[in-house]
Write a protein that binds this ligand. Structure first.
Ligand code: WQD
Length: 351
């Protein structure tokens, strides 16, 4: 689908999913103004994006701005008219959210209130929101459909659920709002060029960045949280999805919003519909990297679910979108990024 001539505002545009999505928006003909407050990213990401954007680099603009900065947002919306907003910006570490709930509510929830007030002021009521499978809590059954019960099991998850509820209320109160809530499963992988990827700050909470650091020799071994789950190999199962598939899903969502006179507020799962266990992911990354990933079987991690994977029918029907990449591709692309930039965006640039 073409987004020729469309102007898209992207929050958190220097983040893992945001940066990949901006590039795919450009490929589909859009112009993009992205903001980021650099609380979990680096200005250098924009340089990597410009390198990949080639002759479309002049179609994207970056402003350092926090979604809580109403004045800063207003200045941007006064100067440009946006056809749609993609809202990625937000803190996303489950463990950290337990220690710092107030910071999560202030940044994720109040920040989104500020963004929505500015959007309303400038009559921009088209939104694609970065939600998460975390709103399903510990699912009763898999695959998980969008009709599954919603339940947050961490302050981070609650901020996502509260934001979803806010969008639902807004869309009821004002029919002009058109909102798609994209519930990601487990985003991994990297841009096939190896020029963009995930740069976790500190000790990675998530599986794949940790496996990557073990393969690089930066960590001694991976702790496998739980080997006594009722699954084929005893380790927990997740729906890992390539970040490039996620990026394409966002472009399809923007096109859907712009093409739907009446949309209201609709949740859509973005997953592959396939589950992979922790041990399967270890083996896939070893095959992709040629490196041994040392690991030790440990107790389960509190709050983890046994198995999570997406029902994908809604995305196929509503967006005409389906994930293309498999786990092997995800690991090959992630290794291309890791071996080229072993310290991520802090890797010294060869002179
Ligand atoms: C995956 C599997 C772990 C680390 C998280 C967030 C969720 C969403 C997706 C944002 C689990 C196991 C992990 C390790 C391990 N993010 N694991 N050793 O927990 O499914 O979901 O990311 O919206 O909100 O909670 O992802 O990568 O942390 O764990 O064995 O060192 O890997 O137990 O089974 P999770 P994860």
């Amino acid at each position: 689908m073409s987004l020729d001539g469309k102007n898209i505002f992207v929050t958190g545009g220097l983040g893992f999913i945001g940066s990949h999505t901006v590039l795919v928006l450009l490929e589909h003909g859009a112009k993009v103004h992205l903001i980021d407050n650099l609380s979990n990213s680096f200005p250098r990401v924009f340089d990597h994006m410009k390198k990949l954007a080639g002759d479309k680099a002049d179609k994207m603009k970056y402003t350092k701005c926090d979604i809580n900065d109403k004045e800063g947002l207003t200045k941007i919306f006064e100067a440009e008219t946006f056809d749609c907003v993609i809202h990625f910006a937000g803190f996303k570490a489950v463990g950290e959210s337990v220690e710092k709930p107030l910071e999560y509510y202030r940044n994720n929830f109040v920040g989104t209130v500020v963004l929505l007030e500015v959007m309303r002021q400038f009559k921009c009521k088209n939104m694609v929101f970065s939600s998460s499978c975390t709103v399903y809590g510990l699912p009763e059954e898999v695959p998980i459909t969008e009709a599954a019960p919603l339940k947050a099991i961490s302050p981070y998850g609650r901020t996502k659920l509260f934001q979803e509820d806010m969008f639902r209320d807004i869309a009821v109160g004002d029919k002009e709002w058109r909102v798609l809530l994209l519930r990601y499963f487990n985003p991994i992988g990297a841009h096939p060029s190896g020029e963009l990827g995930e740069h976790p700050v500190g000790i990675p909470n998530n599986l794949m960045p940790y496996i990557q650091q073990v393969a690089l020799g930066q960590r001694e071994f991976l702790r496998v949280f739980g080997s006594d789950y009722p699954t084929p190999d005893g380790t927990a199962i997740r729906d890992y999805i390539h970040v490039m598939d996620l990026a394409e899903g966002h472009v399809a969502a923007v096109a859907k919003v712009l093409a739907s006179p009446e949309l209201g507020c609709t949740p859509i799962n973005l997953g592959t519909g396939k589950g992979s266990s922790v041990l399967e992911m270890i083996r896939a990354f070893e095959a992709a990297s040629g490196k041994k990933v040392e690991h030790k079987l440990m107790d389960r991690r509190p709050g983890d679910s046994v198995a999570v994977w997406a029902a994908t029918e809604t995305a196929e029907r509503e967006l005409g979108w389906k994930a293309k990449y498999g786990v092997d591709d995800m690991c090959v692309h992630q290794w291309a990024w890791a071996s080229k930039y072993p310290q991520g965006y802090e890797t010294p640039i060869a002179e």
